[in-house]
Design a protein around this ligand. Sequence first.
Ligand SMILES: Cc1cc2nc3c(=O)[nH]c(=O)nc-3n(C[C@H](O)[C@H](O)[C@H](O)COP(=O)(O)OP(=O)(O)OC[C@H]3O[C@@H](n4cnc5c(N)ncnc54)[C@H](O)[C@@H]3O)c2cc1C
Length: 600
Amino acid sequence: MTPDFDVIVVGAGHAGAEAALAAAGSGLTVLVLTLNLETVGQMSCNPAIGGVAKGQLVREIDALGGWMGLWADQTGIQFRLLNAARGPAARSPRAQCDRKAYRTLVRRTLETAGRITLRPEMVTGIMVSNGAAVGVKTRSGRTWLSRSVVVTAGTFLAAVLHQGESVRPGGRMDEETAEELSRSLAGLGLEKKRFKTGTPPRISGRSINLAAVTLQPGDRDPKPFSYRTENFHPRQLPCYLTRTNAETNRVVRENLHRAPLYTGQIRGTGPRYCPSLEVKVRQFPEKTRHPVFLEPEGYDTDEVYVNGFATSLPVDVQEKALRTVAGLEEVRVLRHGYAVEYDYFPPWQLKPTLETRRVANLYLAGQVNGTSGYEEAAGQGLLAGINLTLKLKNRPPLVFSRSQAYLGVLISDLTTMDLQEPYRLFTSRAEYRLLLRADNADFRLMETGWQLGLIDERTRHRMLQQREAVTAELKRLRKTCLPGLKEAVSLEQYLRRPEKAYRDLEEIGQGRRLEERVRETVEIETKYAGYLEQDRVLAERMAAEMKMRIPEKFDYGALTGLSSEGREKLEKFRPETLEAARRLDGLRASDLALIFLRLR
Ligand SMILES: Cc1cc2nc3c(=O)[nH]c(=O)nc-3n(C[C@H](O)[C@H](O)[C@H](O)COP(=O)(O)OP(=O)(O)OC[C@H]3O[C@@H](n4cnc5c(N)ncnc54)[C@H](O)[C@@H]3O)c2cc1C
């Protein structure tokens, strides 16, 4: 049977779009099947890209030739660098986007990229021959053949929506649920589990009393996500801040008996780090002032997203609770909040390339792997697209280490952890966060993007010039002394003083005219040189030890002294390396030491 396409991507959300563009960008033919063309690139929840750790991830996706950063730059309505005053590892770009413009742009990109065919069809099954995926079946009765398949079905697998007492099938409000695809994947021997997530109400901006809320403007000098964005002058819209109060808590508390989360109606586990309003009230009753951010959904709409107010309480309770909040006394609700419960496939069943261990050429990416968030989905989609391309071209896979990229942290966490709740990235998940900054993402990864054919020569050339400029300037600062002093003080030592910045060097006539991004990296690399060096040495040493491979048939039963939980996990996950073993939840340091000694 001749394949119709090299790759079939199931779903055109954040993971699907990146996977399709990465494969097509490397010369493969791609069929994207998705439920509805109007919701290609839809942001299901908050219309915002980036944020803590996620912003760094978007910069990495961009450096490798992914699209999310470009789309956010072109459709952003407010840009902020979070934690700007904190250390460089914490600085994270974030953009509020125009929801409609974003999805329109994603769809247009897919339609005009070349080599991509986009069709609205519900996939109902994966076709497998000799242990490898060879195509899909759709509800219309068609079959499509391909050399590999990527499933990026998000929150749609056997999905159920909850809003108060109302329960109905759907992966998002007013959309379908994908029952058969979930069954088909489970039928291939993949274990599935259930998670839950929720979204807040959307309200009419004109019904907010602006006098009672606090203005949250965007940055005065906004910066784009993408290295490839030029002429960046976004027209920014303000957001607003208000807070819940004791009265909000009272309304929620009195209606907890109608909350699907507490009546037993919802059984899937939700994200602890992003609790719904009812969870906040029940678990932290002493807290009565939760922040609520009012974020516009776009330029041409009155709709405002109520960030911090995720809830699946009945609609009448949602309205009553909203009206207790300062500025929202007269609020008109346009869409109510709800929760979605869905199947996911625990990602320990995947190789670090996101190919399933059970079925060759079948890849899973995005929320189907138990993650949450557009950025985590996009990162996985990109890596799945890249890796399946490399496999089809008989080239070695692309797997980043934890000290190279947040993408490495993400994939190594996913493929070795037993998730207890939807997974999202935090800076605290990275051991070497000072190495994995937003400002140096291009310097770290763009060369790889270029080798993959996803970054053009001109862009790469500019990056190389800037990287050389950083190196040259660091050398000059080290070698040049401040003039007119009795004691020799290098410019590097001067810049390392906590109160000094590069512009101080310029003021005393010792600075160079550098591009802003070169200057930023020079400043960080100088000020944090000691810590950076320490991290680099540690990362190298660890990497050398942790690369040690564990044979597939390693006999954990014969290893005396292993903890019983550790043995159980090791036998279940069969980690390929010491590094993978180290990431296993529940594995003790002593367990790792025993394996290390036996391997030695
Ligand atoms: C109600 C709700 C609340 C959320 N809240 C948060 C939150 O608070 N924080 C957060 O970080 N994330 C939240 N999310 C999750 C966020 O939307 C996802 O993480 C992100 O969209 C995942 O991207 P994805 O590409 O994996 O899947 P999605 O964006 O869900 O895209 C899936 C795509 O697959 C298509 N599809 C599904 N099944 C089939 C099929 N059988 N055949 C063909 N096409 C199919 C769909 O049409 C869709 O295009 C929420 C999602 C929902 C629905």
